[in-house]
Design a protein around this ligand. Structure first.
Ligand SMILES: Nc1ncnc2c1ncn2[C@@H]1O[C@H](COP(=O)(O)OP(=O)(O)OP(=O)(O)O)[C@@H](O)[C@H]1O
Ligand SMILES: [Mg+2]
Length: 374
């Protein structure tokens, strides 16, 4: 075995398996959810509109993976249904989202600017209508579009394409990791009545499921004996503690890198414990990376205040502090807070009996948030 390890000086058989956008070859424990998604798409195989579905489940429960696998199968199987995957953390405008749909239909990117939104939507609608293809749009992490009611506007346009362009049929898939989104409050009744959303639930993985998933990844991604069974048990325990499978995947990667750096051929307990101090923040780091610079500055202000203040901050105090550093209306300040809440960076709660005042609690250690934002 050492022959392999020393020849290319790595413990990784295939490092790609630990990248965050990796779509696993084996996708166990999600059989019923995959069937439900397939069932919703099936009408499209006969040229009919797919059912609209929401995929609900905590972070790391396989929602994105499920969609990517089904969409890959659709692409292999039929040209009648065109799948469009949109990451709403990066595509946050109606123009951006219709550009994705246009690109999927035409095979080349839409002009970044220069044509009005109406013209872009018209191109999409006409193409669908003329070619008779059905479109399934996955708005991944759709809850990111709730501030400023972007989601409402996007759904309105997608679901009503057929009115202006006869035969243009489209359905949506809405994966959401926040369990407390109440769509009836977020969407107009006109949108809701067309949407008729069915919910597919992704429960958290149980301990033995996490053990099986991580064990599989270790077998495929690392050389044999790099991770002992006992250490895999420790990694599974830490993953359960953090509540996100991604932490476990990152933990394996970071631990192996630490061992590799020391020129060892197996990871040790202290590698895992040291790696946990990095890996448990994978979600925080990913969320902060997805923020715009002004959003990041606002989060920094909140973290900075929270370092001194303890548990709760009032929205008024934070607005005053932030307004000294950046130009921002109260309403755009509040929409940013709503976005942080959706991203599980903060928890925004009402203060009983006081209309406009809310309390803000950071969900992560303030020092760490400051570090990541800084
Ligand atoms: N059943 C599974 N088998 C193997 N790997 C899995 C499984 N479920 C999830 N994963 C892995 O866990 C990671 C997180 O999964 P995924 O991105 O699908 O979660 P999610 O539900 O979309 O989370 P979020 O709400 O944070 O977007 C991915 O890297 C994926 O490879
Ligand atoms: Mg996801």
């Amino acid at each position: 075995m050492k022959k392999y390890l020393y020849s290319d000086e790595t413990l990784f058989r295939n490092g790609d398996l630990f990248e965050i956008d990796y779509v696993p070859e084996e996708f166990h424990f999600r059989e019923s959810q995959m069937k439900d998604i397939a069932l919703a798409l099936r009408p499209a195989l006969h040229g009919r509109r797919p059912l609209n579905i929401a995929l609900r489940g905590l972070p790391g429960t396989g929602k994105t993976t499920a969609v990517k696998r089904i969409f890959a199968e659709v692409e292999e199987t039929t040209p009648r249904l065109v799948p469009v995957y949109v990451n709403c953390q990066t595509d946050t405008t109606k123009y951006g989202i219709f550009s994705r749909i246009f690109a999927a239909l035409s095979g080349h990117p839409a002009p970044l600017t220069g044509i009005p939104l109406r013209t872009l939507i018209g191109k999409v609608g006409r193409t669908m209508s003329e070619r008779g293809v059905v479109v399934s749009v996955c708005l991944d992490d759709a809850n990111y579009l709730l501030p400023n009611r972007v989601l409402n506007g996007v759904l309105f346009s997608i679901l009503r394409l057929h009115q202006e362009f006869p035969g243009a049929r489209a359905g949506v898939i809405l994966p959401m990791s926040t369990m407390d989104v109440k769509l009836p409050q977020e969407l107009d009744s006109g949108v809701l009545s067309v949407l008729q959303l069915r919910e597919i639930f992704f429960p958290p993985y149980r301990e033995e499921e996490i053990a099986a998933i991580l064990g599989e990844r270790v077998r495929r991604g690392l050389y044999p004996n790099v991770v002992s069974d006992a250490l895999l048990g420790l990694i599974v325990g830490q993953t359960m503690r953090s509540g996100d499978l991604r932490v476990g995947l990152d933990l394996i990667r970071q631990s192996a890198l630490l061992a590799e750096r020391d020129g060892r051929t197996a990871i040790r307990e202290d590698d895992v414990l040291a790696a946990y101090e990095v890996s448990r923040f994978v979600q925080l780091s990913a969320s902060v990376r997805a923020l715009t610079p002004p959003e990041r500055s606002l989060l920094y202000v909140i973290a900075d205040m929270a370092v001194g203040a303890g548990s709760y901050l009032s929205t008024g105090a934070v607005y005053d502090a932030a307004a000294e550093k950046m130009a921002m209306s109260y309403s755009s300040f509040y929409e940013r807070l709503r976005k942080f809440d959706q991203m599980r960076l903060i928890e925004l709660s009402h203060v009983a009996g006081n209309g406009r005042t809310r309390e803000i609690a950071l969900r992560w250690e303030p020092e760490k948030v400051r570090e990541v934002c800084g």
